[in-house]
Every structure is written in structure tokens, then in C-alpha cells.
Design a protein around this ligand. Structure first.
Ligand code: GAL
Length: 632
């Protein structure tokens, strides 16, 4: 496995006289990749059809002469102002019906046919010029689909495209009315042209309508993306990459990933802890300057599954305080290095820092880089350089398949976001809780899509919250020890209650006959230890009751190979459940000090101390914000 460092650089932000020195310093820090261009459309095509490539040619020349490999971005997430004259109706529209205007970025609707064409054209122009240029070693398409909440757009373009999509999916309007149950509240349509987008309704729209819109919106991202893929493939054999985000689930990343070569993601551990994670005030204080101990690893494992043949990068790594979270503390000394090594231990080929130098202007002037705005080194630079030296010295690390898998499914998130039943029911939170529980027991984990059909190589598989369990997956689950639930196989793909009611799993007589959602801080004790919270099901059926709440409700039912969990466990209960499953699966459970996490490769065990205190583990002493590894 190769390992390398990269950095995000904006030559258009700096006087040309600085470029050569910047490039030399990057190389001196052990950086070998540089990503450029992804926001530079107004400099590449200042007027429609008039291209200015001289500066970009020179930037590529200077950077590659210094020994850097270039990732060139297509600039389609920042269409220039003149694009709006060409397509006044290209803006995305929010759920309140307001256009999302020019003056920042991502101001386009995925469904706008004209803008989609224009995106293909600029990719084509860039591909034509640089596709066979040996200095451009990889391409990034667009930047962070979904950033700033931009997947769902309620524009006229989206409405028209949605109607065609519905006609294609359902064939006849009667089939749609039947599938959605539109007899309810006289919502029946006489033709596809009568169907609007599911916003601005008096109260909640039909959940089937909303889920269909979410499926459609995801398909629009895929279709938009594939236009650029096709344009670039015609000109280049270099790998195509997209940079995904943390906890953005509004489109199916597996489907976007299917047409490109490498998945990458943008990792901002401290920003996420503040902005995007549930958790107690105590948890957030403890990890304030480190980030949540499982959030990064979760996404590393997820994007390893999204990348073709497991290929993935961190395209943007937080190097210091960011600007966009409610509060923006600095990383503890050591964390930039720890995050970088954690990514490599999970299989990243490249960890690329965002950004080289902090910009003294515009929206991100408060966002740290590896260098300060005045060009002095920022604290992150020395840590990056240390990682640069270490990866040069470290022998190859071979990855291996993890013993445990977690099934992750984007449409399940859309289903539960549409029909939460309890306002804090979050698919992501449920998945992260399950993942965290496994990691606290010391396991390395592979995340897999719900389309997987062979699980025979895994000792244990978890599929919580999987809204609809495909038949092939049910069969695959029978090859291993598996935990399903809560809320798994609970609805059909149209978001209706199936009859017979779920989970109706093959070989397991369990039915969830009633569900309750509970407000935060309400817990119900489970006999023998732990509690359930948020979500509790009444379970019926002949399967053996393995765990029971003090209310008498069965919490876990099943047999030695397949178990159904009918509630949302707290950390202690998760631990009990995992211990039980691990025993059936023949896996050894470890007890880790608080904040310590492991990752096993074929050759090494890595240990990451996210906690504030020094820990002792397996004969090693690991300081706070430090990483340690040893051969296994
Ligand atoms: C990412 C984005 C970058 C930059 C960065 C700041 O979401 O891709 O362009 O905005 O965040 O943290």
C-alpha cells in the first residue's frame, strides 16, 4: 500500500512570485501531491467561451517542476457570475421556495439541464487540455456534492425532471397512487403533470412522495456527475476522484462512486465535533481539541467501501482551527499527526491538508492552513512534516479484511429522515453508536453496502436501522453471526408498513407489533445492566428472548446466529450485546482505556489515544493525542 501526503493549493490566490517557493516548501515538508483548480472557473474562463490557461499552465509547470503530482479539480461547484446570465433559472431553490443566490458557492441545481451541459463542457475543455498531460496525475470532479445542504432543490427544473422520473418509475399514475396510498386525504393524481415537489404543503407531505423525491434527488446527483465522468474519460486515463463529506447522506455515495476510481473525503474532526455530532456536553468537552474518537474512523471505513477496489484518500485534512463550526478550538499538539496516521492505518493512499496557506481575504480568512496568512509556518506544518518523514521510513502496511462488518445504506437514512417517528431518530447516530460499541471492544470494522451478497468471510455482521433488508442480504446474513434491528426491515421501499409486519426475517420468528419513541434523557433499564432509550419496540414471536427490559418488553430476541434488537441501547447495553455476539462468533473482545482506539492491519496494530490522559495498553504507554504502532 502506498502512502503519501498532499495539500490543497490555490495559485490564483497568491502572487505568482510566491509559487516556486511554496512548491519547494511543500516538497521539503514531505508533500508529494497538490490539488488545484476546483474553484478557479472565473479565472479559467473569465468571459463565456474565452479561456485563460496561461496562468494555470504556469502553475502546473512550477508545481510539477518542484516534484509535485497534480490533482486538477473541475471548477463546477463555483459557476462564475456570467453563468447566471446564460441560465437565470439554474439556481437551486430551498424548501421555502427561495432561490439560493450567487455570492458564495454551490449555487446550482443538479436538475438544470443547461447547467449540467455547461459542467460537462468545462470538464471537456479541461480534459482536452490536460487529460494527457503527464503532470496531472488525478482529477477531482466538482467539490463536495451536498455541502451547504444543496442536494434537495425545489426548482422548476427539479419539478419537471421529477415528473419524468416518476413516470419512468411507476409507469402509470394509478400505479403511483396505489404505491403511495394517495387515497388517504384525497391526494390522488390524474396525471404525472399534477405532481409537485413535496415542499410548501400545509402539513407533512405523504412520506412516500417525500422518499421518492429523495431517491430522485440522489439520482440527479449521479446523473450530473456522470456527465463530467464521461467528458473526462474521453481524454484521460488518470484516476477520477470526488471529495465526499462527513455526515452528509443526502445522496447515494456508492452510486456516485461506482463510475470513478478513488473515493476521498474531507476530514475536519474538531469542526464535526462542534457542528455535526450528537453527544453530551461532557463528551464534547473531553474531545474538544481532538475530535470524536470514532467519527473519522467511521468515515475512513465508509469511504474505503465507496472507493473502487477499496481505494480512498483524505482530500482535505483539518490542519488547525476551522472557521465554520459554532466554536473553533485549535487541535491539541499531536492531533494533526494522529489524524493523518489514523487515515493511513485505515488504508488511505493520500492524506492531503486543507490548505497550504490561510487566505487573508474572503469567507475562509479565519480558517487555518499549514502556513499563516503572513507566510510564517502555522503549527500544523511541523506535524505534517513529521508525518512526511515517518511515512518515508515506515515499511509497507498491508491491509486485511476486518473480522466484523457493518451494513450502511443511504436510502435508510432518507426513509428515517422522512418518517422519524421520534424527532431525534437519526440513522447516522444509530450507525455511529453501533460502530463505536464495536470499536470500544477493540474491533477493526469493514463497512459494506446493503447490496453485498457474500458475508461468509466475516465472523460478525451488524445491520441496525436498515429500513428494507434486500432478499440477497437476508441470505448472506445467514452465512454469519448477525444482529439486525432496531427498525430493520420495518418498511417497504415505498415507505409503507409491510404486511406481514417486519422484521419478518427468514429463519427468525419475530414481529415488531408496536413502536414507541422516547424523549431524550428518558431511559428504561434492562434486566442485568444497561438501558434502552429513544426507540423501543414491542416484540412478538416464538424466537427466544435474550434480553428483557424491566418493563417486561423483550429487547433482544433470536438464536445463536441471528438476533433482532428491538430498541436503541445505551453504551453499556451495546457492550453487553456485542460481548454476546462476539462469543457466538468466536471473536476476542478487548477492554480499551477510555478514548483509545485500535486499528489492525495485516502487519501492524495501531493505537490512537484521543483521550486527554496518558494510557497504558498491552505494555505500551501512549500519551494523549499520540499514536503508537507495533507489529502483530
Ligand atoms: C470543505 C471545502 C473546502 C473548504 C473547507 C473548509 O468543506 O471542500 O473548500 O471550504 O471545507 O473547512
Amino acid at each position: 500500500m502506498n502512502r503519501a501526503l498532499g495539500v490543497c493549493y490555490y495559485p490564483e490566490h497568491w502572487p505568482e512570485e510566491m509559487w516556486a517557493q511554496d512548491a519547494a516548501e511543500m516538497v521539503a515538508a514531505g508533500i508529494s501531491w497538490v490539488r488545484i483548480g476546483e474553484f478557479a472557473w472565473s479565472r479559467i474562463e473569465p468571459e463565456p467561451g474565452q479561456f485563460a490557461f496561461d496562468w494555470l499552465d504556469r502553475a502546473i509547470d512550477v508545481l510539477s517542476r518542484a516534484g509535485l503530482k497534480i490533482v486538477l479539480g473541475t471548477p463546477t461547484c463555483t459557476p462564475p457570475r456570467w453563468m447566471l446570465e446564460r441560465f437565470p433559472d439554474m439556481l437551486a431553490v430551498d424548501a421555502q421556495g427561495h432561490p439560493r443566490g450567487f455570492g458564495s458557492r454551490r449555487h446550482y441545481c443538479f436538475s438544470h439541464a443547461g447547467y449540467r451541459r455547461a459542467s460537462g463542457e468545462i470538464a471537456e475543455v479541461l480534459g482536452d487540455r490536460y487529460g494527457r498531460d503527464g503532470r496531472v496525475h488525478a482529477w477531482q470532479i466538482d467539490n463536495e456534492y451536498g455541502c451547504h445542504d444543496t442536494i434537495l432543490s425545489y426548482s422548476e427544473a427539479a419539478r419537471d425532471a421529477f415528473r419524468s422520473w416518476l413516470a419512468e418509475r411507476y409507469g402509470t399514475i394509478d400505479a403511483l397512487n396505489e404505491a403511495w396510498g394517495n387515497v388517504f386525504w384525497s391526494m390522488e393524481y390524474r396525471s404525472f403533470d399534477e405532481i409537485d415537489l413535496p415542499n410548501l404543503t400545509v402539513t407533512q407531505p405523504n412520506p412516500s412522495h417525500e422518499l421518492a423525491f429523495r431517491r430522485f434527488s440522489s439520482d440527479q446527483v449521479v446523473a450530473y456527475h456522470e456527465v463530467q465522468v464521461a467528458a473526462l474519460r474521453a481524454h484521460t486515463d488518470a484516476p477520477l476522484i470526488h471529495n465526499y463529506m462527513g455526515r452528509v447522506l443526502d445522496f447515494d455515495h456508492f452510486e456516485v462512486g461506482a463510475s470513478i476510481d478513488i473515493a476521498s473525503w474531507d476530514s475536519y474532526p474538531i469542526g464535526f465535533l462542534s457542528d455535526r455530532l450528537d453527544g453530551s456536553a461532557e463528551h464534547k468537552a473531553r474531545y474538544l481539541q481532538q475530535g470524536d474518537p470514532d467519527m473519522q474512523a467511521f468515515h475512513h471505513d465508509l469511504y474505503r467501501a465507496v472507493g473502487r477496489d477499496g481505494r480512498w484518500w483524505v482530500m482535505e485534512q483539518q490542519p488547525g482551527p476551522v472557521n465554520w463550526a459554532p466554536h473553533n478550538p485549535a487541535p491539541l499538539p499531536g492531533m494533526v499527526r494522529l489524524w493523518s496516521w489514523e487515515a493511513f492505518a485505515h488504508g488511505a493512499e493520500v492524506v492531503s491538508y486543507f490548505r497550504w496557506r490561510q487566505a487573508p481575504f474572503a469567507q475562509e480568512q479565519m480558517h487555518a492552513g499549514l502556513k499563516r496568512p503572513d507566510n510564517a509556518p502555522a503549527p500544523g506544518l511541523a506535524e505534517a512534516a513529521q508525518v512526511g518523514r515517518e511515512i518515508a521510513e515506515m515499511p509497507q502496511i498491508a491491509l486485511q479484511q476486518a473480522p466484523v462488518a457493518l451494513i450502511f445504506d443511504y436510502p435508510s437514512d432518507w426513509a428515517w429522515a422522512t418518517l422519524p417517528q421520534g424527532e431525534d431518530f437519526s440513522y447516522f447516530r444509530l450507525m455511529l453508536d453501533a460502530y463505536r460499541a464495536l470499536r470500544r471492544c477493540g474491533f477493526s470494522i469493514d463497512i459494506l453496502p446493503s447490496t453485498v451478497t457474500d458475508l461468509s468471510a466475516y465472523a460478525l455482521v451488524l445491520a441496525p436501522g436498515l429500513a428494507t433488508v434486500p432478499d440477497a442480504l437476508q441470505e448472506a446474513l445467514a452465512q454469519t453471526v448477525a444482529l439486525v434491528g432496531p427498525r430493520s426491515n420495518a418498511v417497504t421501499e415505498e415507505l409503507r408498513i409491510p404486511i406481514p409486519m417486519g422484521p419478518a426475517l427468514r429463519g427468525l420468528d419475530v414481529t415488531a407489533t408496536r413502536v414507541e419513541s422516547l424523549p431524550p434523557h428518558v431511559t428504561r433499564a434492562v434486566i442485568g445492566g444497561g438501558t434502552v432509550q429513544h426507540w423501543v419496540e414491542d416484540l412478538d414471536g416464538t424466537a427466544e428472548t435474550l434480553l428483557q427490559a424491566e418493563t417486561g418488553q423483550a429487547v433482544l430476541k433470536g438464536n445463536r446466529r441471528l438476533q433482532y434488537l428491538g430498541a436503541w441501547p445505551d453504551a453499556d447495553l451495546w457492550e453487553r450485546i456485542i460481548h454476546g455476539l462476539a462469543k457466538e462468533a468466536g471473536l476476542t473482545v478487548l477492554t480499551l482505556p477510555e478514548g483509545l482506539r485500535l486499528r489492525d492491519t495485516a502487519t501492524h496494530r495501531f493505537a490512537f489515544n484521543y483521550g486527554p490522559d496518558l494510557v497504558e495498553f498491552q505494555g505500551k504507554t501512549i500519551r494523549s493525542a499520540d499514536v503508537s504502532w507495533w507489529g502483530i
